[in-house]
Design a protein around this ligand. Structure first.
Ligand SMILES: C[S@@+](CC[C@H](N)C(=O)[O-])C[C@H]1O[C@@H](n2cnc3c(N)ncnc32)[C@H](O)[C@@H]1O
Length: 342
């Protein structure tokens, strides 16, 4: 990568990535370009449906129901794409549960009428995602959504200082920009401060060796926290390509994980809107202390509703992680036992 002054029209990766995915999804339906585990069967939907709390008991069975139990029960799918997951869930949950797809794309033509749709560009600052945020109970799902959320990209220099990587959108050509201590860094981090970026890196992806690359996951942590506030109670569930702190510390992900994806294959990440830009998610940094992060294999294989076989699944999909987060301040031990119920 060049370290010399450049004449290229350079942008910070985080800004170029954000615009590129918005342009990409404005023009392309995700199902035209990638298969996810939703397309491989109903195991994911059945596991998710099992996490939905049962309806509140009838008043004469439970004379003093807690106020929360009267809230409408909803399943909100963020980055719903074709709505395939909600369509599967509609067959698995009782009729009183409201299903809502949220996506930057318009409502799919063939989505069953009973499923609601909100065409919204979700950001960490958005005020109301569902139109009823904080007034509903149930589940929020982010299935292969967080990996699309743009992050600052940094590379460690010879002194192990994180330098912001800049990119020319039309070609994907990269140039090393300022380090986080340089005042110029402030404008190149997509709205997080250099000190926040530095603290995230020190804690979640510490320095290893020169040339190592990292995606600063803080924008995803902040967006995830926003998503968990949609519900007054219930669970938020993120399923995605992920990496974990122990492996990051060992340098196993030092090449960085930013990829382009188009027409079913990985490609050079060129943030011009012609390909989807994605990177693995540090789900452990998104998680609150009450949440659990487990492998997809573990979640599905220890569950009575699990898949009989992953043989028909596309490569890699068995290696996803699931973040399951209780949306109330539930004691950690209770949250853990809830997520272990098959
Ligand atoms: C990789 S697709 C996943 C689709 C589906 N959840 C699945 O797993 O099959 C990501 C979806 O998120 C949507 N999306 C990406 N960024 C978004 C944003 N900021 N706000 C709302 N939707 C977004 C895209 O339009 C796309 O439908």
């Amino acid at each position: 990568m060049s370290d010399a002054p450049s004449t290229l029209p350079l942008r910070a990766w985080v800004d170029a990535w954000d615009d590129a995915n918005h342009t990409f999804y404005t023009h392309h339906a995700p199902e035209q370009h990638f298969r996810t585990s939703i397309d491989a069967g109903t195991a994911t939907a059945r596991r998710i449906a099992a996490l939905l709390a049962p309806p509140p008991q009838h008043p004469h069975e439970h004379p003093r129901p807690a106020p929360r139990s009267s809230l409408p029960r909803c399943i909100v799918d963020i980055g719903s794409g074709s709505g395939a997951l909600l369509t599967q869930l509609a067959a698995l949950v009782d009729d009183e549960v409201t299903l809502i797809g949220v996506d930057v794309r318009p409502r799919p033509d063939d989505l069953p009428a009973a499923i609601g749709w909100r065409q919204v560009r979700v950001t960490r600052d958005i005020e109301d995602i569902t139109g009823r945020d904080g007034l509903i109970t149930g589940l929020v799902i982010a299935h292969e959504f967080l990996d699309d959320v743009a992050c600052p990209v940094v590379e460690l220099d010879d002194d192990l200082r994180p330098r912001i990587v800049q990119v020319e959108a039309a070609t994907g050509t990269e140039v090393l920009g300022p380090d986080l201590a340089d005042p110029a860094a402030e404008a190149l981090l997509g709205g997080i401060s250099p000190s926040e970026a530095r603290a995230w890196l020190d804690h979640w992806w510490p320095a290893t060796k020169p040339l190592a690359r990292r995606e600063v996951g803080l924008p995803r942590d902040l967006l995830w926290r926003r998503l968990t506030r949609i519900l007054a109670s219930g669970h938020a569930i993120a399923v995605d390509y992920a990496h974990r702190l122990d492996d990051r510390r060992l340098g196993l992900w030092d090449g960085g994980t930013v990829k382009g994806f188009v027409d079913g294959s990985a490609c050079r990440p060129r943030p011009d809107g012609s390909v989807n830009i994605t990177s693995h998610v540090a789900l452990d940094s998104c998680a609150s202390p009450h949440a659990t992060v487990r492998s997809q294999f573990d979640v599905l294989s220890t569950s009575a509703v699990g898949s009989r076989s992953l043989a028909s699944w596309p490569p890699d999909l068995g290696s996803f992680d699931w973040l399951i987060e209780p949306c109330t301040p539930t004691p950690a031990t209770q949250a853990l036992s809830e997520t272990m119920v098959g």
